[in-house]
Design a protein around this ligand. Structure first.
Ligand code: 13P
Ligand code: ZN
Length: 274
């Protein structure tokens, strides 16, 4: 028996491999965190080592005090998670003030949690509050098509949401609340963490201009599926704009969007409809 026989660790590693196979994780691009359930922490505890030092995060989330997170390591490659998990991923514990982490498993050889841990942490904090504790996964990736749209569409939630909803019929069902957009900012610190978490109070996904996408969800399937759906819609949008040289001959109308919402029983964000 090893920690890699535990179901949640297997599923976490599988999601990293899936993201790598999609081409969303060049080099060390992207990061994944999972807020563990109490029983998952207990299943993993026999494999914990003497905890490391507490490290302050520069952000705080009191509602996450005492939680444990699976996290990818900073500078670590998604490509290497499956063949070398001990050096690529780890488990961190959060202190009782909700403002510092310490490593209890993995991240061997002096590795640290992702540089985007402050953004993940603040997103977890607001999504836990917004979903009555349902949200457990925050996923950041660098998918090429959604990034490329940040060079040609206005950087607003309304413009991105409408473009994506109209690029694939299932989109309004998968993300009826729409997507937020963060303007270009320096990655890896408290400022971008706070800007993103402000948007995540309202949205379960946020685009980072000229950088990538953050998605949240209750489990790996839903969160990976959200990333996949948004990126697929972005790809269709890029292909249609390219093929038509910017001219769109016909598209899904706002009345069509309302009809989809009615049929599938979802409530679309009215701010984004004409
Ligand atoms: P890390 O290697 O620190 O996770 O950073 C990758 C990244 O995508 C930064 O936004
Ligand atoms: Zn990134």
């Amino acid at each position: 028996m090893s920690i890699f026989d535990i179901e949640i660790v297997k599923k976490y590693i599988r999601m990293c491999q899936d993201g790598w196979e999609q081409g969303w994780h060049e080099r060390n691009g992207g990061n994944l965190t999972y807020r563990m359930k109490a029983e998952e922490v207990e299943a993993c505890r026999p494999f914990f080592r003497e905890p490391g030092e507490w490290v302050n995060m520069g952000v705080a989330g009191a509602n996450l005090a005492g939680e444990y997170f699976l996290t990818t390591g900073s500078g670590k490659f998604f490509r290497n998670v499956e063949p070398d998990p001990e050096h690529s991923i780890g488990i961190v514990e959060i202190n009782d003030k909700g403002d510092a982490w310490r490593i209890v498993w993995g991240l061997e050889g002096g590795a640290k949690p992702t540089s985007e841990f402050p953004s993940h942490f603040m997103n977890h904090s607001v999504r836990v509050a917004a979903t009555n504790g349902e949200c457990r996964v925050i996923y950041h990736a660098h998918p090429a098509n959604i990034i490329s749209l940040t060079y040609v569409l206005p950087l607003t939630a309304r413009d991105f949401t409408r473009a994506l909803w109209k690029s694939a019929t299932e989109c309004p069902v998968v993300f009826p609340g729409g997507v937020g957009v963060v303007p270009w900012m320096v990655p890896g610190g408290a400022d971008i963490a706070l800007a993103t978490s402000e948007l995540m109070k309202e949205y379960d996904a946020a685009v980072w201009a000229h950088h990538g996408l953050f998605c949240s969800g209750p489990d790996f399937d839903i969160t990976f599926g959200l990333m996949h759906t948004i990126e697929k819609a972005a790809q269709i949008c890029v292909l249609a704009l390219s093929a038509g040289q910017g001219k769109i001959r016909q598209t899904i109308s706002d009345d069509n969007l309302r009809a989809i919402a009615k049929e599938f029983g979802v409530t679309l964000n009215e701010n984004f409809l004409d």
